[in-house]
Unconditional design. Structure first.
Length: 202
């Protein structure tokens, strides 16, 4: 389930991308879960990940597959630190072309909040009208972060990450719950709505 804690823009719509990014820039903390399909040269792998997000640092935990469940990583300032059963391992930095799967959700959040919008359009995902935004980040040359946001709730439904034009990750969002949110800046959006649980499958 996705949690309805972001609100669509009220009044006259001038720049839907700017209004949406103002909402995501105001998110102080959130809990999210998603199925991440990783496209490697000769195989595909699917992970279910939970991300406890803040703009400065996020903790990502593997929920499945079962043999990897419980492994977590801290993502902060381009650095990864893996943890399992109270043992931590500094995994170093990740490059844009080989971004780690555990960094995918925090990077998509960064793109939603402050990425440079290179494309925007209106498309349907499972018959739900969406705003599609493709963004890049200043420290990720050659990497494009694309997300389809439900037009009514502004919640993410699916995402893609490409590097140098090649698909790297596909993301199907299962849960998105904002746990702390500041007042959006430079936005005409209304205050956050009361809790709700729209069906993510439409």
């Amino acid at each position: 389930m996705l949690m309805l804690l972001l609100t669509a823009c009220g009044g006259e719509e001038k720049d839907p991308a700017a209004d949406l990014q103002a909402q995501y820039a105001a998110v102080s903390s959130a809990v999210m879960e998603a199925d991440v399909t990783c496209h490697y040269e000769d195989e595909e792998r699917v992970y279910t990940l939970r991300c406890d997000y803040t703009p400065g640092e996020s903790t990502v935990t593997v929920l499945s597959p079962e043999n990897l469940a419980g492994i977590s990583a801290t993502v902060a300032d381009g650095e990864l630190k893996l943890s399992y059963q109270d043992v931590s391992l500094d995994a170093g930095s990740y490059s844009a072309a080989a971004i780690s799967p555990v960094a995918a959700l925090p990077r998509l959040m960064a793109a939603a909040a402050s990425g440079y919008v290179t494309e925007q359009s209106r498309e349907d995902v499972e018959e739900r009208p969406c705003l599609r935004l493709a963004c890049d980040l200043p420290d990720d040359e050659g990497t494009l972060y694309t997300t389809w946001f439900d037009q009514e709730t502004l919640l993410p439904l699916r995402s893609e990450i490409t590097a140098d034009g090649e698909m790297v990750f596909e993301v199907a969002w299962n849960r998105f719950e904002v746990t702390s949110q500041a007042a959006p800046q430079d936005s005409t959006a209304a205050p956050p709505a009361e809790d709700g649980q729209p069906d993510a499958s439409g």
